[in-house]
Design a protein. Structure first.
Length: 76
């Protein structure tokens, strides 16, 4: 799983409860950090989990229409 993109990890965690238990846990934080780093993204801000950060950035459920807000989030 070390070669998966952040989006792939997020999708994998949504496939089933079994995969979710493996991927969306605090023990998998290093896997998420490595994946985020591999695609050149800024590190996850303090106070938010890596999966939540990836969902915010990549998931179509979230719409970032105010780029000023997004820049502020990434600068935390």
């Amino acid at each position: 799983m070390t070669h998966l993109s952040p989006w792939d990890l997020l999708c994998l965690g949504r496939v089933s409860k079994g995969f979710r238990e493996i991927v969306i846990t605090p023990k998998a934080a290093s896997l998420w950090r490595q994946s985020i780093k591999s695609v050149g993204m800024p590190p996850c801000p303090d106070g938010i989990s890596e999966p939540a950060y990836i969902a915010f950035v990549f998931d179509s459920e979230y719409c970032v229409s105010d780029f000023f807000f997004f820049d502020q989030l990434l600068s935390l």
